[in-house]
Design a protein around this ligand. Structure first.
Ligand SMILES: [Zn+2]
Length: 471
């Protein structure tokens, strides 16, 4: 007896070369049968006329206090994504959201290294960085995120943080930039030099190609592709949205985030709290506000009020991404492989969860096949995360499935760990599963009790995960 059967759909599973009609039987949170399923089921859903893909994975989102909030769980889940990596997460926030409601997602997080907040100053020692990484891993993080573009460390401290991650075989992600560079292609070149052949997740490549160093975003996208192609150990993602997302927090009249100051400069505004207020009033800067349990981009007046009410510590978005270069980055292939492994959103509680909508737009215009979409939004992300039981639908795999209607550009059903998250377009998922390493398991179990815990593999230098999955 299966728990659930998705019957009559077209299964598209690139890892197993499945591309045809098949039912998917699910039992005990695993894929139990693929093909013509005759075993009975507690529930059978007719997914005829739809495409059945391995569960979609967003390798860059925000669900925690540093850049987001718990609203992000529902905002991600209602798009059909079932697994998400919080790129500046917090164990308390994520566990609290899973225990207090959640939306049925599989969640993992990276601990952010932020000067004077999570590490001492901009030039912490090897010991100081090592202690921060150890306590993050014990708390349940998969690894660390360097936030150079927003809160840079010195190049030396950036290298020490990379060493600390490598020594512990943990996940390492980088929003490029140090005290010597910025969040641009120059920063990308520096990041890859500092990484020196290590496995590293380069965050949102599109955001380094806004014309900041050459004035030509498409030329910068080509440069970024050349750099990434030359560093095959760098795993990367990009997103498709004109809006970025950053912090509107100001201390002593100055925006604290370097990204926010740059956006003000790009828009012709003073790089001060006064300049930010003018940008919000003019509708160039859009404050993130909560409405109906979701985060939205507020109108100018509502945004100003929410920003003031929050004492300036609110999220904010600027229309600074260059769409032609973002499409070039998402679709670029060399030697038959995607140069940038994954499509992401940098969304979550930042209101731009466009992985499905904009990914399927690329399918609709013929820039991608639906198989390409499955590779960029499920197979490659699962391999980046180090979870061999996700990203495909072989018998025994985690029962993570997303059923899409490519012509409508949306997901209709989704399943995470065998449980429905989206049911005929309606969000029904609750709770969720925490993805951690063996080192973080005790802390996660202490917080979440019987809640599912999924292990990710270590991120060693000696495994060859980077090879062979860029199809
Ligand atoms: Zn981000």
């Amino acid at each position: 007896m299966h728990d659930l059967v998705l019957a009559g759909g077209h299964v598209l599973d690139p890892a197993n070369n499945l591309d045809g009609p098949a039912d998917v039987g699910i039992a005990g949170g695993r894929v139990a049968e693929v093909g013509r399923v005759t075993t009975g089921a507690r529930r059978t859903i007719d997914v005829g006329g739809r495409y059945v893909l391995p569960g979609l994975i967003d390798t860059h989102a925000h669900l925690s206090r540093h850049f987001g909030s718990a609203e992000g769980h529902a905002m991600v889940a209602e798009t059909g994504v079932v697994t998400v990596l919080d790129l500046a997460g917090d164990a308390d926030d994520l566990a609290g959201a899973l225990a207090g409601g959640g939306a049925g997602l599989n969640v993992a997080y990276l601990h952010p290294l932020i000067p004077d907040r999570t590490v001492p100053g901009r030039d912490p020692s090897a010991d100081e960085v090592g202690r921060a990484v150890d306590s993050a891993l014990e708390a349940g993080a998969l690894g660390i995120k360097l936030l150079g573009g927003h809160y840079p460390l010195t190049p030396g401290a950036t290298g020490r943080a990379m060493d600390a991650a490598t020594a512990r075989r943990c996940y390492l992600a980088f929003h490029v930039g140090t005290t010597e560079t910025g969040s641009d292609v120059r920063g990308l070149a520096e990041a890859l030099d500092l990484a020196a052949g290590r496995r590293i997740h380069i965050a949102h490549v599109n955001s380094y190609c806004r014309g900041q160093t050459t004035g030509d975003p498409v030329a910068e996208a080509q440069q970024a592709l050349d750099l990434l192609y030359a560093y095959p150990s760098a795993l990367s993602e990009s997103y498709l949205s004109v809006h970025n997302g950053t912090s509107a927090r100001c201390d002593d009249g100055i925006p604290t985030s370097g990204v926010t100051r740059t956006c003000l400069r790009l828009g012709g505004y003073e790089q001060t709290e006064r300049g930010l207020e003018a940008a919000i009033r003019a509708g160039y800067a859009r404050i993130h506000a909560i409405a109906g349990g979701r985060v939205i981009l507020a109108t100018p007046q509502a945004g100003l009020e929410a920003w003031r009410a929050a004492g300036t510590d609110a999220g904010i978005s600027f229309p600074v991404n260059h769409i032609p270069s973002a499409i070039l980055l998402a679709t670029a292939r060399r030697a038959g492989r995607f140069v940038i492994e994954a499509l992401s959103t940098d969304g979550g509680s930042i209101p731009r969860n466009f992985l499905v909508r904009h990914g399927l737009m690329l399918v609709q215009i013929g820039a991608w096949t639906l198989r390409d979409f499955a590779v960029k939004a499920s197979l490659n992300p699962a391999r980046m995360l180090g979870i061999p039981t996700k990203g495909h639908l072989a018998v025994g795999a985690d029962a993570d499935v997303t059923v899409v209607d490519p012509d409508a550009g949306r997901a209709i059903w989704s399943v995470a760990g065998g449980r429905l998250v989206l049911d005929e377009g309606h969000l029904v998922g609750r709770g969720g599963a925490f993805i951690t390493t063996p080192r973080g398991e005790a802390a996660v179990r202490a917080r979440l009790g019987a809640c599912a815990v999924v292990h990710a593999e270590g991120w060693g230098e000696d495994d060859d995960r980077a090879a062979g999955y860029r199809a």
